[in-house]
Design a binder for this molecule. Structure first.
Ligand code: PFF
Length: 461
């Protein structure tokens, strides 16, 4: 007889864990800087549309596959299709989790390192932004610094996944998520009460439509995927621990809502502060690690707020990294019959090993490139630009075309009977978006990611 599969203790537990997976470095580190680079408000609007018409429908689809099968991504696709091809799509998700965690944990490690920098008051030694950028380069250039915090972060992730779905992931999310909301609200209030904060708000609210082009739309859509943890079976895996009594549609809505609101609040907290201190909103990936330290030293209470900020960033990363590890662990537990404890430790070890060359890309291996990319960028590119969009595309195609709505809808209905009766149009929209919109749009993102969309456009126009 099969051992009893693990499950969430409650619907709230599931929502907090899934929102924890969604809310991460993507919201607090990446969203503000890509919004900054791509025109602020106009980008935000495009992003919101992408979340609503693609992110939300695909999220429902992923959770549904997981809940209907109560399996990891490989087992889930195989159970529903009986085909090795589709099981391979699940397998892509496992590989994706492996790859993403190997570099995600490195950036999360920087965040822990920055908590220590903040506590030491080190930011106050760098008045100019260029000096603080140089300090960042010195830190990541130090092999011991970068590896030490990376390994430490991987250990934190492992401990939580080791403890199990209910006792580890759910309990951890229930503690960390409220702290995260609280810290972010404090930081937002600090931001908007600074002198000159209005300019930051204007930047986020006044759209400049000249900044929107095909590329911005595709960046927004790609980010919608990353931020909702879609395309690699993380939400599928979390959905597999969900009860059939719970409403998938309303849960997905709450997850999307929380993820979006947190990204917006992070944007407000960061841009009000950046503008109020007269710094550049277009600093790119360095926005948080170069620009913010100079912002903190110029604001009243900056010492205290800088510590809070990096604690917030670390917690957000941790509730996401556990979902990445869980995808990989669930496969080995379900399909290979490994014990959870063993799986968590062994797999985390191999993920850490894979992360080492990425960490070294910032120092000893900085000259080593493959296809013009260093190891870190290469792994990031393969996972974020190829595996995630391809996974999202195949998930939409699978649910809408292969599994088929005839079989899908009775499953989706479980726990959502009320919604099916009162708002049948929600279901109709979902079907149309999943069947046509998402496959086509995701396909375009995919072509863009691998750099061939431009050539195709040139060919035709
Ligand atoms: N959604 C996370 C973020 O925004 O930081 C990143 C992520 C987590 C992507 C889990 C994919 C995933 F499976």
């Amino acid at each position: 007889m099969e051992a009893q599969r693990e499950s969430w203790g409650s619907k709230t537990g599931f929502i907090l864990a899934a929102a924890g997976s969604a809310i991460g470095l993507g919201n607090i580190w990446k969203f503000p800087y890509i919004a900054g680079e791509n025109g602020g408000a106009s980008f935000v609007i495009v992003y919101l549309i992408c979340i609503a018409v693609i992110g939300f429908p695909v999220l429902i689809a992923e959770i549904l596959i997981g809940r209907s099968t109560q399996r990891n991504p490989v087992g889930a696709f195989f159970k529903l299709s009986g085909s090795k091809f589709w099981a391979g799509v699940g397998g892509m998700g496992i590989v994706g989790g492996f790859l993403i965690l190997s570099f995600y944990a490195i950036i999360a490690g920087w965040s822990i390192g920055y908590i220590v920098e903040a506590i030491d008051g080190n930011f106050f030694n760098f008045v100019e932004e260029t000096a603080s950028a140089q300090h960042f380069l010195n830190l990541v250039g130090n092999v011991y610094w970068i590896l030490g915090y990376f390994i430490f972060f991987m250990m934190l992730t492992t401990v939580i996944v080791f403890a199990g779905v209910k006792k580890g992931i759910e309990r951890g999310s229930k503690i960390m998520m409220p702290i995260l909301f609280f810290l972010l609200i404090i930081l937002m209030i600090r931001g908007i009460t600074l002198n000159g904060a209005e300019k930051g708000l204007e930047f986020l609210w006044n759209p400049d439509w000249s900044k929107i082009n095909a590329n911005t739309i595709l960046i927004a859509l790609g980010h919608a995927f990353f931020t909702l943890s879609l395309g690699m079976g993380a939400m599928l895996t979390y959905g597999s621990y969900m009860s059939k009594k719970d409403n998938i549609i309303s849960s997905a809505f709450q997850i999307v809502f929380l993820d979006t609101i947190i990204a917006l609040i992070a944007g407000i907290a960061i841009f009000t502060a950046v503008f109020a201190t007269g710094l550049n909103p277009q600093a790119g990936p360095g926005l948080i690690f170069h620009t913010l330290p100079s912002v903190f030293i110029k604001m009243p209470g900056g010492y205290f707020f800088s510590i809070l900020f990096f604690i917030l960033l670390t917690l957000a990363a941790l509730t996401s990294s556990i979902s990445l590890l869980e995808v990989v662990v669930s496969y080995f537990v379900d399909e290979r019959k490994w014990k959870r404890h063993h799986a968590a430790i062994v797999l985390a070890f191999f993920i850490t090993l894979l992360g080492v060359p990425s960490a070294l890309s910032y120092n000893v291996l900085s000259d080593f490139t493959i296809a013009g990319k260093n190891f870190f960028d290469l792994v990031d590119f393969i996972a974020s630009n190829i595996l995630l969009p391809l996974g999202g595309l195949l998930i939409s195609v699978f649910v809408a075309w292969k599994w088929g709505f005839k079989k899908v809808l009775p499953n989706l209905r479980e726990g959502a009977e009320n919604l099916f009766e009162k708002y049948p149009w929600v279901i109709s929209f979902w079907k149309i978006f999943l069947k046509y919109f998402s496959p086509i749009l995701i396909f375009l993102v995919f072509l863009n990611s691998i750099g061939i969309l431009d050539k195709i456009i040139e060919l035709f126009f």
